[in-house]
Ligand binder design. Sequence first.
Ligand code: HEC
Ligand code: HEC
Ligand code: HEC
Ligand code: HEC
Length: 129
Amino acid sequence: MNNNKIILYLVIVACVAPFILFSAAFAQDDIKQLQHDIFVNRERPAAVFPHTLHSDALGIDCLECHHIYKNGENVWDESELSDCTGCHSLKADGKKMSAMRAFHTNCKNCHLKENKGPVTCGECHPKKK
Ligand code: HEC
Ligand code: HEC
Ligand code: HEC
Ligand code: HEC
């Protein structure tokens, strides 16, 4: 590369990098609660879910919650689908449990196992103040 090309390259990297870093961090930091459109007639208020607390402060492995199974192996990484309801629908489908059960199983089982975190309906689905 000649000098002009190097400068051009650096300018592009400098302009683009913050957006990539920012959007990746923002996507998860922004999650405080979960309210999925597939539940059309909601019975409960949106569930509280501080994503950063789980992924960063508690340092839980992403693969504890996120998965894409290929040949029985969990190959999920950040570039792949992270929306649980992208696969888990209202009704169970073969080995795929229904969305509500998928959430409840994932969230509650760990809280019970760790003896930490909410396990009652009202703690996870608090009434709006
Ligand atoms: C305790 C469970 C849990 C852990 C641990 C976890 N996540 Fe998540 N993550 C979720 C849930 C639940 C959602 C919301 C999915 C949905 O809306 O269906 C989510 C959403 C996301 C999204 C999508 C954000 C958006 O707004 O579209 C990304 C990206 C993501 N997680 C990345 C990660 C990464 C990277 C890690 C590991 C450093 C991680 N997650 C750890 C449960 C978890
Ligand atoms: C790409 C599709 C896909 C996505 C996205 C997905 N799941 Fe699943 N999930 C499956 C399939 C398929 C199974 C059944 C796996 C098996 O038993 O072979 C499953 C199984 C589960 C199970 C049963 C235990 C286990 O881990 O095998 C839970 C709980 C679960 N999913 C919760 C979630 C949650 C929570 C999210 C979002 C953070 C999520 N799933 C995202 C496809 C998906
Ligand atoms: C692999 C383990 C694990 C999974 C999976 C998990 N959690 Fe937790 N969660 C914890 C632990 C541990 C704590 C306790 C943190 C503390 O008190 O220090 C916690 C705390 C919480 C809290 C209380 C936060 C606070 O500010 O005190 C909420 C709300 C919560 N979890 C919601 C969820 C929801 C919703 C899901 C599913 C989408 C989920 N969690 C999945 C481990 C988990
Ligand atoms: C550990 C947290 C947690 C606990 C405890 C919990 N839920 Fe949930 N629940 C969730 C999450 C996460 C979702 C999916 C996100 C959403 O609310 O859209 C969900 C979804 C639901 C839905 C589907 C959406 C709707 O409102 O129709 C119902 C119904 C529900 N929960 C009822 C209950 C009941 C009843 C209890 C107590 C027996 C309970 N939940 C306990 C986290 C929890």
